[in-house]
Structure formats: structure tokens, C-alpha cells
Design a protein around this ligand. Structure first.
Ligand SMILES: Cc1ncc(CN)c(N)n1
Length: 229
């Protein structure tokens, strides 16, 4: 793909430029066969249950990561509104954890017995490395946005026009596919874009590397559940 000049990137927004440049990988993470199988109704429920159990563990590790982004916003942000957006994210994770517990009990999953699989451990390890105070706010908020937007784009696809998502999975898809979640992701994207526009070349490079890393880890995360097909 053609290289964009820095001036062009500023006008379009760094994230939009990356999304165009890395369309294939982004599609790989947001149109994974597991998601497509939810949308067309062919999903194997064992795969869904496996994803649910692993994601519960992931979300527990995601909470301290989001808290670390909040601390970075407090210390480094040039806009006070960032904190409110991130705080909203922390607050909604409490509800999300309760939802996972209810959903797990609905499907007969004992969450205390779930063992993290390799791809999950690796991804949680990445989250932990991103919590380091050495990781700049710009890189951390970009990571936060991409983690959230992968789920938003994926699950919105399952409830879009023509979807045959089974009734019992619709609530899951609504959780991340809703308009409200899309708006929240847009707020995160706006913060990340604002920061990236002012970032040094070195910071930009680190943020793009993290963006790509996360997309790959998301694909691996979906793949874990496919092992059950
Ligand atoms: C693996 C994964 N990625 C993203 C999300 C959305 N918070 C999630 N729950 N799990």
C-alpha cells in the first residue's frame, strides 16, 4: 500500500490510515470463523462455552489494565475529559464480570475450574506488559481502543442485517454490538487519534506495533475456541 505523508495522516487520522493499511489483519480479527458461525447460526455451542469461560479470565486481567490506562490519563493527558471516558470503561467492567458469572451459570460452566489456555495466558501477559509505567499513555490508550473495537466490530456483525444468530446468543452479541458500545469505542478512538496526531515518530511506531500485536492476539484468542469444533 502507498505510504502516506505525515500531513496526510493528520487530516485523515492515524487510526483510519492504519485501518486501511492493515485491512486484512483487522478483518481477520473481526470476521473470524467463530464470529461468522454465530452470525450464520452454525455455531457449535461447545465452542461458544469455551470462548465464554476463557473470556471471563481475560476480562479479569483486563480490569487492572484499564485501571493502569486511567492512571496514565490522570498523569499524562492534556484533556480532562479522557478520564471520564476511561472511568466509564472501568465501571462497566463490573457489570461485565457479573454478566459473565450469570451467563456461565446459565450454560453450566464452573468458572472457578476454568484453566487459562496458552493464547489467553499470552494475551494476559501482553496486557500486563502494557501496564508498565514505561508504556506511554498514547500507546496504552491505543491498545485499549483496539481491544474494545475488535469485539464491537465482531459482535455488531452478528446482529446486523440478515444475521441468523441463535436467540440464546443474542444477548452476548448485544453486549458488544450495541450502539452504546459503538459510541464508547468511538470516544476511545477519538482520544487515541488525538494523542497519535501529536506523537513522536518513535511513539507512533510503538503504537502501531501494539495495534498489530493485539490484532494477532485477538485472532489467536478466537482460535482457542475453534479447537472445540
Ligand atoms: C479477548 C477479548 N478482547 C476484547 C474484549 C472486549 N473487552 C474481550 N472481552 N475479550
Amino acid at each position: 500500500m502507498e505510504q502516506k505523508s505525515k500531513e496526510e495522516e493528520k487530516k485523515v487520522g492515524v487510526i483510519e490510515t492504519w485501518l486501511r493499511k492493515h485491512t486484512l489483519l483487522f478483518k481477520g480479527a473481526t470476521r473470524h470463523p467463530l464470529i461468522l458461525s454465530i452470525r450464520d447460526g452454525s455455531i457449535d455451542i461447545a465452542s461458544f462455552k469455551s470462548w465464554l469461560a476463557q473470556d471471563y479470565l481475560f476480562v479479569r486481567a483486563f480490569v487492572p489494565f484499564v485501571a493502569s490506562v486511567l492512571i496514565k490519563a490522570w498523569k499524562e493527558s492534556d484533556e480532562s475529559g479522557d478520564m471520564e471516558v476511561i472511568l466509564g470503561g472501568v465501571a462497566s467492567l463490573e457489570d461485565e464480570i457479573s454478566w459473565f458469572k450469570r451467563e456461565a451459570s446459565k450454560w453450566g460452566i464452573s468458572l472457578s475450574e476454568v484453566v487459562p489456555q496458552q493464547a489467553n495466558k499470552k494475551y494476559c501477559g501482553l496486557l500486563e506488559s502494557l501496564m508498565s509505567p514505561d508504556v506511554e499513555y498514547t500507546v496504552a490508550i491505543t491498545a485499549f481502543w483496539v481491544i474494545e473495537v475488535v469485539y464491537q466490530e465482531s459482535f455488531a456483525h452478528c446482529i446486523g442485517e440478515g444475521s441468523k444468530t441463535p436467540q440464546e446468543l443474542k444477548e452476548t452479541c448485544e453486549r458488544w454490538g450495541s450502539e452504546a458500545f459503538a459510541k464508547y469505542c468511538q470516544s476511545l478512538q477519538n482520544i487515541a487519534n488525538r494523542r497519535l496526531q501529536k506523537a513522536s515518530d518513535e511513539e507512533l511506531k510503538k503504537a502501531e506495533h501494539t495495534f498489530l500485536n493485539i490484532l494477532e492476539y485477538e485472532v489467536d484468542f478466537w482460535n482457542m475456541s475453534r479447537g472445540n469444533v
